[in-house]
Design a protein around this ligand. Structure first.
Ligand code: ATP
Ligand code: ZN
Length: 721
């Protein structure tokens, strides 16, 4: 039989059948090139009865064009692709796209050509050429990467290349990786740490599916403990995947890993160059790379021989992807572990309620590290009531916090101020007419960024210069910045302590792993006294001389009012507090709030995590909220509001009547307009006994809507805007 089913890399197309030409040997998982109309398209051979396809006369089947010289996708990964597509309402092809995420990697074994300036200057200069020559100093990359970096067109770079201003280097797709060695520099574990690591080591040896929740207070040595499991996997010659919530955390992680294992793991994140992507993809698919650390997208890569998955800071909501395939990397990691038959470790100091519930249900094994390593104590947390400890007019820091900062400076210790708001001010308002400057494409205010002298929309990226007069009434000098962002807090700190060395840490300043590494090195070298940062600084970092943490506004997180608001606030503040006093010197934490009696704040100052979680879990149980029942969101959007509204209404009216399945809405989304599209939402609630996906599939598949309307389904949603 030479007929095969092929899943093509095209989300709009289902799988198709092809004929295998004589002399070609394919099996399920083989990566092939198939003809599609006049084009060539990559695809993967699948099991014959896997997806339903249209019957085609065998004589009309077109032959496959090529078999790629890369290892076939293994069965566990094929099952994961099918599961992810079915569970999250995505096309299998869009999941496959995440697997074959380096087009170049499986395309061929040819090297990638990279270019860098060689110092020669073209005879004729243009402003673009000048810009490129200036911006590309010290940069190496493909033509399109250079164009991107320089902010000029590809044609400009090609032109320069012809004039001989670049040297070329052909980078081989095969990486030579120094592999980590399990016993390079071991540490002596405490008794608690040893007990936990023993269980993990046994699980790696057993090579069975087994999920763990590694729950240890901040600074308890979770990383050291899971490194023991990594070491065991290395001894067994298995691969390990470590997922981190933020690419900013990869660089410090690489350093730390290097110190323990004598070589860096392979990194995988969106900031990589094409040649690195190609190399790394090949190295992990061929099994040459043993340890891979990456952001959530690393989850779908075609590992040759995976033996362990670790999800660090597993409570982080950034593991949920909010566009394309809306999957949750923590949950898919568990499913990958199930299919690969390997252990999965979720590590966190503040585990998600969902994960704790799995422990209660007996699905995950709980491993606890209740104390900080080496006798370091947990920091004292104190609430500062902003209605009593009032900051002076036009300032945001309470006198008590300012005093503490001053003392810390005098002692030569480092401090951290946390505010989860980028930019200078979240709102710009006209004093004369009350006009608020909002985004033309979104239901959102433009955020002032004083460092770049611009207003920016954090939803669509729209930017504009800060206007000199009010766009509404035309009054000059009437615009005022309202509320603080990190830049404004940093200004306040500089006014108070001109001698202090400060740093702002947000995604605007730390936008690459390299920037993150620079920041960490500066902190370690003691070149920074006071850091002002967003959630980017709340997790993972270990700075022994950081002894004071101030939470500028503990109430922000509670404003949103979605079901996880309190949980998220607790996690965020507990994590940022956990950065203080991690070594010999004790830490202090001040939490500024207008609601010192709110349960979240009380739980934090009394160090009553158990009580807080118990109350939250009970509230969820009462409300039949996740994880006690399930939700799905349906988001209908279009540039034409009427079309979007009518489609949303149609979906609402045709909602199936099934016991244990209810539909709320439609209603205009809180973010009623996003990137120029009008948005309406419905929320589906289902008991666990109901097959949510099946009911939704039958319901939505029989409906039709205008082409320009997009209907997105978000299973287990985390965002409600
Ligand atoms: N057994 C040990 N021997 C030496 N140093 C250790 C040991 N255990 C932990 N440490 C050190 O203590 C510090 C905190 O450990 P680690 O970063 O692993 O904790 P964590 O639980 O992952 O913290 P967090 O959740 O706050 O990120 C690190 O500098 C680590 O190297
Ligand atoms: Zn916008």
């Amino acid at each position: 039989m030479n007929r095969v089913r092929v899943l093509l890399l095209n989300a709009a197309l289902g799988p198709l059948d092809y004929r295998v030409p004589d002399g070609m040997q394919v099996e399920p998982g083989s990566i092939v090139m198939a003809p599609l109309g006049p084009r060539k398209m990559p695809g993967v051979v699948w099991e014959p009865d896997s997806f339903p396809v249209e019957e085609i006369d065998p004589k009309k089947l077109r032959p496959l064009l090529e078999l790629r010289d890369v290892p076939p996708l293994r069965a566990p990964l094929r099952r994961l692709i099918e599961w992810t597509a079915a569970y999250y309402f995505a096309s299998p092809a869009s999941v496959l796209r995440m697997v074959l995420s380096s087009g170049a990697a499986f395309a061929d074994n040819r090297p990638i050509s990279e270019y860098r300036l060689n110092g020669s200057v073209p005879d004729r200069m243009t402003p673009q050429r000048e810009q490129a020559l200036e911006k590309l100093i010290g940069v190496q990359g493909t033509i399109s990467e250079l164009a991107n970096k320089a902010g000029v067109s590809i044609a400009v770079i090609r032109g320069l290349e012809k004039l001989g201003v670049f040297d070329r280097e052909d980078v081989s797709p095969f990486a030579i990786t120094a592999n980590p060695s399990p016993d390079f520099d071991t540490v002596d574990l405490s008794v608690d740490q040893k007990n936990v690591s023993k269980i993990l080591i046994d699980a790696v040896r057993a090579a069975q599916f087994k999920p763990f929740l590694l729950d240890g207070v901040t600074g308890s040595g979770k990383t050291e403990v899971y490194f023991e499991a990594v070491a065991e996997a290395l001894r067994q010659d298995k691969q390990v995947l470590v997922l981190l919530p933020e690419i900013a955390l990869t660089e410090p992680f690489l350093d730390r890993f290097h110190a323990r294992f004598g070589a860096e793991p392979l990194a995988w994140h969106s900031g990589m160059k094409q040649s690195e992507r190609k190399k790394n993809w090949r190295a992990l698919a061929d099994g040459n790379a043993k340890v891979i650390v990456g952001a959530r997208s690393a989850l779908f890569l075609p590992y040759a021989n995976l033996g362990l998955i670790i999800v660090d800071e597993a409570h982080e909501t950034s593991f949920k992807q909010e566009d394309g395939v809306r999957y949750h990397a923590r949950d898919v990691a568990i499913m990958r572990g199930l299919h690969e038959k390997i252990p999965v470790i979720l590590a966190s100091a503040t585990p998600a309620i969902e994960s704790q519930h799995q422990v209660e249900q007996g699905n995950y094994q709980l491993l606890e590290l209740p104390a900080r390593f080496g006798g370091a104590t947990m920091p004292d947390i104190e609430a500062l009531d902003l209605t009593e400890d009032v900051p002076p007019r036009g300032s945001w820091l309470a006198p008590t916090l300012v005093n503490a900062l001053e003392e810390n400076l005098e002692r030569g210790e480092q401090s951290l101020l946390f505010l989860n708001r980028r930019g200078f001010a979240p709102l710009t308002l006209c004093r004369t007419c009350g006009h608020r400057i909002d985004c033309p494409n979104c239901t959102a205010w433009m955020v002032e960024h004083r460092l770049t002298r611009r207003l920016a929309c954090h939803h669509c990226g729209h930017v504009m210069p800060i206007p000199e007069k009010c766009p509404e009434c035309g009054d000059e000098d009437s615009l005022v910045a309202c509320g603080p962002g990190v830049e404004r807090i940093c200004d306040e700190v500089r006014m108070l302590f001109p001698q202090a060395r400060t740093a702002i840490v947000t995604s605007d300043t730390i936008w690459s792993p390299q920037k993150a590494a620079d920041f960490v090195h500066q902190m370690e070298a003691g070149a920074i006294d006071i850091v002002v940062g967003t959630q980017l600084v709340t997790k993972g970092y270990h700075f022994p001389n950081l002894t004071l943490v101030g939470v500028v506004d503990a109430d922000i997180g509670l404003e949103g009012g979605d079901l996880r608001a309190a949980e998220r606030s607790f996690q965020q503040i507990a994590q940022v507090a956990g950065r203080a006093g991690r070594a010999e010197k004790p830490g202090r934490v001040y939490v500024q709030t207008r609601m010192p009696n709110a349960p979240v704040i009380q739980a934090l100052i009394k160090n009553d995590r158990e009580g807080f979680y118990a109350a939250e879990i009970e509230a969820r149980r009462q409300a039949l909220a996740p994880p006690f029942a399930r939700w799905a969101a349906i988001i209908v959007s279009s540039e034409d509001n009427k079309e979007a509204m009518e489609t949303a209404r149609l979906i609402g009216q045709t909602a199936p009547k099934v016991d244990g399945f209810s539909v709320f809405g439609p209603a205009p989304a809180p973010l009623a307009m996003l990137r120029g599209r009008h948005r309406h939402r419905l929320l589906v609630h289902a008991l666990r006994s109901v097959d949510l996906q099946q009911i939704m599939r039958e319901w939505l598949e029989q409906l039709e809507w205008p082409r320009a309307v997009r209907v997105g389904v978000d299973i287990d949603p985390y965002s409600f805007v």
